[in-house]
Write a protein that binds this ligand. Structure first.
Ligand code: MCN
Length: 786
């Protein structure tokens, strides 16, 4: 290249840890969340929720609510049914009642809603609604669901004779059985991954504004996928898509919780249509914790077939999922159990077989993505716990056991036992970086010494790859539809640019990092680029932000559109330099004449020419768009290692050190990447020992407020030592892979494996999460699994 190329990192391109541009408005209180939206004549909606987990509704009397001054509308399920909205519009197998009519099926279920002049009147009016319930026995776990005589939860569904929501299997049963018959050792483990909730800072909310003069419906909505939501809203409102505008303004976290469409959104939209006024609904903490998408709640029974020298021959397992009362938004994928079969993708496992069964229970429905897509989290936790249990059964060092089974660099592209195609990675190197960083061998010596003194030190490893970037329709068909994303780039005459993307940020920093991709491709300083998203009237069609798909898919579309712009700018440069296009060379930010480096024009000069001095016959302007349908998912890899000390007197365990090695391909913004990893590791730590939801025998949610549902603060959270390995994605235009999830997905097993390693002298093999002190103490003192 020429000698005048710009310094990419200095102008905010790839590798620059430029501060997040969106933070300027967040820390100044200038964010614009749904709660900040106020429209003239706006009314307020509140939801009445069921206090019982399972009950027949005998009657709903709304007369006292209607009589309260300021009440404009009281909506029941029967009224919604008159608008074809008895059930949530959904494309999945099952659906969920918008407002309960016949029965309530979980505590917190939406029963009615009130629209009033202010939210306080609406709340009071909800309290004035009299619902007569006939209590039914609740079912709060899968075992109860299949017990003889269990009450039928989904008696509304024709042909549903039991509480089984689905059955599913994948893999090669015969091949797996044959491999097990050859095994020297068969290792077994049964685990439960407890239910947890994404709990974003901002709960769900909507401002629906139906204009009965123009017929246009505008909805401000806390959504991770506004364009997808628009399609659902078209079904709700029975309006054509071009008369619907979804605006997802600043969103205060999602973590998967804001992918689905919830009954509250449907009600707000319907209430706006019925009153012809803007209607605002803001969910409270209990509403969010008790009725929106949860994560996990899965039981796993697993077996691994091994040779004496530590080679995995096969895996087989049975998964039982607790789906809650509806299987509505539960599985956006066409696979009933999500992507549980992405397990063991990083190991050379010849064959495997999985069976699964999901149960209806009287708990909140959902089971959507919570900081990972569709059951990958459970799959990886199980995989890594199984790896440790198998190493123990073999009497083999846990690092060595992984070394013998990790897919080697020369095995890519590698077909996993359940059909995925992983394409790149340096798994053994990652593991070694982690082991070196933690000082593995030294720790083992220290641990042995400590054991002599009765101290319980442990080290836990978790290595994993997961499919990130939902969007491949060629290599692996996830949804049964093509998944892609988009970008639109307009370079103004002065060389400043506006990038519009279909992805939607909830805190990931897209306004910062997506500009960096353009900077990398065009040399326009990142500060000269504005990134817009989250408004269906103004951004190109996108499929949303989840499964760490923004960088893999929308990020790729961004690079591709920038390349289209550069191709046109090259023609403009040739025109300005009065040479043929073939004689024009590119260096960052500038075209120059081959062999005469000093004769050049900047990208900004080309932009000006596009609007004032284009060659004859060229269409004016410098803008374009790109839709990107990736050939494969991206496969980041991670190795997490924790060391802990367990206090045998109290069962309390402390993290001594935590080392993380992430390979997410090329890093656009290293600071943001580290932030994403730290966020995930914090969640992983919390999940391992404090953040869980459970239900009592009556179906009451324990964890319906933030006194009972514990989130970690900086005080509890251990420090993380982060390292990197970079294996570029072979198909992504800038070599990036997704990063948002691995830490949350792979982290929990590192903590649990470390505690289990510490407890090895006691003979305990498994403690299910959360590893609360009393459970750890009990296990340590009895030698029994908990
Ligand atoms: N990035 C990068 N270099 C890479 C990969 C990513 O600089 N090689 C940057 C991206 O450009 C983006 C961020 O890191 O700014 C995360 O990128 P990516 O992995 O593509 O994930 P998404 O942007 O699609 O975000 C989804 C992911 C998921 S699945 C959940 S859940 C989650 C998460 O992001 N929810 C979050 N992180 C979150 N962070 C915040 N603050 N709030 C949430 O709700």
């Amino acid at each position: 290249t020429g000698s005048q190329a710009l310094d990419e990192v200095k102008i905010g391109g790839l590798g620059s840890s430029r501060p997040r541009v969106e933070d300027a408005r967040f820390i100044r209180g200038r964010g614009n969340y749904v709660e900040d939206v106020t429209l003239p004549g706006m009314l307020h909606m509140e939801i009445l929720r069921s206090p019982l987990a399972h009950a027949r509704i005998k009657s709903i009397d709304t007369s006292a609510a209607w009589a309260i001054p300021g009440v404009k509308l009281v909506l029941t399920g029967e009224m919604a049914a008159q608008r074809n909205l008895a059930w949530m519009p959904t494309l999945s197998y099952d659906t969920q009642a918008v407002l309960a009519t016949d029965k309530v099926r979980f505590q917190g279920q939406e029963v009615a809603c009130v629209v009033a002049e202010d939210p306080y009147i609406a709340k009071d009016a909800c309290d004035a609604i009299v619902v007569e319930y006939e209590a039914l026995p609740p079912i709060v776990n899968p075992e109860q669901a299949v017990a003889p005589g269990a009450p039928l939860i989904r008696d509304d569904k024709a042909g549903q004779a039991d509480n089984v929501a689905y059955q599913w299997e994948v893999g090669d049963k015969d091949g797996t059985d044959a491999a097990f018959a050859q095994a020297d050792v068969v290792s077994k483990l049964r685990l439960h991954y407890p239910r947890s909730h994404p709990s974003p800072i901002e709960n769900c909310g909507a401002v629906a504004d139906f204009n009965n003069a123009t017929g246009k419906l505008t909805v401000y909505l806390t959504s991770q996928a506004p364009h997808i939501v628009r399609a659902a809203v078209a079904l709700i409102a029975e309006l054509p898509e071009h008369l619907i505008r979804i605006i997802s303004p600043d969103v205060g976290g999602g973590f998967g919780n804001k992918v689905p469409v919830y009954p509250g959104y449907v009600c707000a939209i319907l209430c706006s249509i019925l009153t012809a006024k803007p209607v605002k609904w803001i969910e409270d903490n209990t509403g969010n914790l008790s009725s929106t998408g949860f994560g996990r709640d899965m039981y796993l029974d697993s077996e691994m077939a091994l040779t004496n020298d530590g080679k995995i021959l096969a895996v087989r397992y049975h998964a039982t999922t607790d789906q809650g009362a509806f299987y509505a938004d539960a599985q956006p994928t066409k696979f009933k159990i999500g992507l549980v079969h992405s397990s063991f993708a990083c190991y050379d496992v010849p064959v495997g077989h999985i069976t699964a069964q999901g149960m209806y229970t009287n708990k909140a429905p959902g089971g959507v993505a919570y900081r990972c897509s569709f059951r990958v989290t459970e799959a990886m936790f199980f995989q890594e716990r199984m790896m440790q249990a198998a190493a123990d059964d073999l009497g083999m060092d846990q690092a060595e056991f992984r070394r013998r089974n990790l897919v080697r660099d020369d095995q890519f592209p590698y077909r996993t036992p359940f059909g995925f195609l992983t394409d790149s990675g340096q798994y053994l190197k990652c593991l070694q970086v982690g082991l070196d960083a933690i000082g593995y061998d030294d720790f083992l010596v220290e641990q042995a010494e400590a054991r002599k003194q009765g101290r319980l030190l442990g080290i836990g490893i978790s290595t994993m790859t997961e499919p990130l970037g939902a969007g491949n329709s060629r290599e692996y068909d996830i949804l049964g539809i093509k998944m892609f994303d988009s970008a639109e780039l307009r370079v103004h005459p002065t060389g400043k640019a506006v990038l519009k993307i279909g992805a939607q940020t909830q805190g990931q920093g897209h306004e910062t990092t997506f500009a960096q991709i353009v900077t990398h491709e065009l040399g326009i300083p990142a500060t000269d680029i504005v990134v817009e998203h989250g408004d269906t009237d103004h951004t190109p069609f996108g499929m949303g932000t989840y499964a760490s798909r923004s960088t893999p898919v929308a990020g790729a579309a961004t690079a591709m559109v920038a390349r289209k712009i550069r191709a046109k700018a090259r023609k403009l440069a040739a025109h300005l330099l009065e040479v043929s296009e073939e004689d024009v060379e590119w260096e960052l930010g500038r075209f120059f004449v081959r062999g005469a480096e000093s004769r050049g024009v900047t990208i900004q000069e080309c932009a000006m020419a596009a609007y004032s001095n284009m060659p004859d016959g060229m269409e004016p302007g410098l803008e374009n768009n790109a839709y990107y349908d990736p050939p494969n998912l991206t496969w980041p890899f991670a190795c997490y290692i924790a060391t802990v000390e367990v206090d045998p007197e109290t069962g309390v365990w402390d993290v001594l050190r935590f080392v993380g090695v992430d390979d997410c391909g090329v890093r656009i913004n290293p600071m943001i990447v580290e932030g994403q990893i730290m966020g995930g590791l914090t969640e992983a730590y919390a999940i391992s020992n404090m953040q869980f939801q459970t239900y009592d025998v009556d179906g009451n949610l324990v964890g319906a407020n933030y006194m009972d549902y514990l989130l970690p603060t900086a005080w509890e959270t251990p420090g993380f030592e982060l390292h990197e390995v970079v294996t570029p994605s072979p198909h992504h235009p800038i070599g990036a892979k997704g990063v948002g999830e691995c830490a949350a997905v792979g982290g929990p097993a590192a903590y649990v494996n470390a505690v289990m390693d510490a407890l090895r002298p006691t003979g305990v093999r498994n403690i299910d999460m959360p590893l609360l002190p009393d459970r750890v103490w009990h296990a340590a003192h009895t030698g029994q699994d908990v």
